[in-house]
Design a protein around this ligand. Sequence first.
Ligand SMILES: NC(=O)c1ccc[n+]([C@@H]2O[C@H](COP(=O)([O-])OP(=O)(O)OC[C@H]3O[C@@H](n4cnc5c(N)ncnc54)[C@H](O)[C@@H]3O)[C@@H](O)[C@H]2O)c1
Length: 361
Amino acid sequence: MKKLRIGIIGTGWIACRHIDAYKQFDDVEIVAAADIVPGKAREFLDHYGCTDADAYETHEELCAREDIDAVSVCTYNSQHAAPAICALEHGKDVLLEKPMCVTMDEARAIREAEARTGHFVTVGFQPRYGANFKKIKEVVDSGVLGQIYYVVVGGGRVMGIPGHTYVQKDKAVVGAVGDIGCYGLDLVMSAMGYPKPQTVSAKLFAHFGETPSKYWDKNQIGKFTVDDDFAAALIRCEGDIVIDYRASWAMHMDTTGDTMFFGTDAGLKVKAPVGCCWDSEAGDLVLIKDDENGVQTQTVIPVEGTEEDEFMFEKKVRAFVDACLGDKIPPIPTSQIIYNQAIIDGIIRSNACGGEVAVDL
Ligand SMILES: NC(=O)c1ccc[n+]([C@@H]2O[C@H](COP(=O)([O-])OP(=O)(O)OC[C@H]3O[C@@H](n4cnc5c(N)ncnc54)[C@H](O)[C@@H]3O)[C@@H](O)[C@H]2O)c1
């Protein structure tokens, strides 16, 4: 059996989920890890029992290893593009954590590197493997909603400013929008087949960055330099679709609201989880339409996802491994996620200029 030889770039918190998943697969071997903090990659590998694997302090050294087939890029947001492009240039396929990157120039450079090298990047949106997500897509794909014209989506936390590298602008670049907001966008955009975004009007808020009760890690107070712990946007897409969007790390509210698809034949409501991040474990799906007498009916669509949702991270990593060993088709391609990135970029630019901006594709 050919084993896929993996390197992990960035050995912080999320890298632990990656290595945990890889270690469950018999056809994968962890060959190396890299972290710019001296000693961190070695400690990480040893902790996970990969004592024969090599540790590096730059992604360039790891990527230069010819015997590595594929990498997970688990660095903070400002360091997504450079390691991903370096890995592609050295003939490796890439599982890149979300958000894809932080600028449209970076997004385009990643796409160009894929085209140039023939290797691929898949972006790490594990909720796609959750039962809730799949059921939403199934309903939308069935055509029962008719033409979708308006979508409301929100995601986030009530008291969940994460701290650490997530609130440092030089490392995260974007706050709640990049951390949590990209999930909600991926949910509704992928359900609708990623319609092309056209314009964005957005506002970022940072009212809670210095509020201790809103943090997970109270030691991070005073380090908040990103622009948003809350964001709101109106996004126009091709096909006369408007998306009304919110993302939160902190708020005096229990929820950013239900996710709703308004269609010409029916509506689909996804009950919001109260008090926590949108993580595909949202509540019931409700289909709302008129019966033959014109009376509105509500039908709950059951989603049985406990086991499926429990393992969605492992499924995302497995899908990457299968693509590397098999058809080389990225499960969550940059051709889609570049639209997600373009919306985030539009949100940042719209906030800066205080008006609506055209999406830069
Ligand atoms: N899919 C998910 O569920 C999920 C969950 C949490 C975080 N994330 C994403 O994962 C990324 C990392 O999050 P985290 O919590 O692990 O952050 P982290 O800050 O704990 O870890 C990032 C690590 O990358 C290292 N690093 C930075 N640049 C590097 C480079 N060029 N080469 C090698 N190492 C480098 C840092 O030293 C650090 O150890 C973020 O982009 C975040 O959005 C995804």
